[in-house]
Unconditional design. Structure first.
Length: 131
């Protein structure tokens, strides 16, 4: 979902494809010099798209430790996770790209992890929009 140029502009270079996981398909990048990393995954078990994440938040009030809606390049998104690691550089962003498809960006970086996740998601949407 990202080009080599986009990954390089984010300060990363080494991609590690993740095995076909139970919850998502995805890739992971690391910057061993900084111990930073991020991943992108396409969720398998979210048939309601981003609406399903909102529904989880409404039905299970303790499911997410943080839940902050955002728009990413015209698509609905939400910063949310069951653990709030933002103070230590971790953030999770989910973006609904169709009524039934969500991708997630997870980050562990120095600085504002959620802002970094937003940049990654914007780059992925740019790539996907090109086909």
């Amino acid at each position: 979902m990202l080009t080599d140029e986009q990954v390089s502009s984010l300060g990363f270079s080494r991609e590690t494809p993740e095995p076909d996981g139970r919850e998502a398909w995805g890739c992971h990048w690391e910057n061993p010099e900084k111990l930073d990393s991020f991943g992108i995954g396409l969720l398998k078990k979210q048939p309601l798209g981003i609406a399903g994440i909102y529904r989880n938040n409404q039905q299970f009030d303790t499911m997410y430790k943080y839940f902050e809606p955002i728009e990413i390049s015209g698509y609905p998104g939400v910063f949310s996770d069951s653990y709030d690691g933002r103070a230590s550089g971790a953030c999770t962003l989910s973006v609904g790209v169709t009524d039934s498809q969500v991708f997630t960006v997870t980050t562990q970086v120095e600085g504002d992890a959620c802002e970094f996740a937003k940049r990654v998601a914007e780059a992925a949407i740019e790539t996907m929009s090109r086909g």
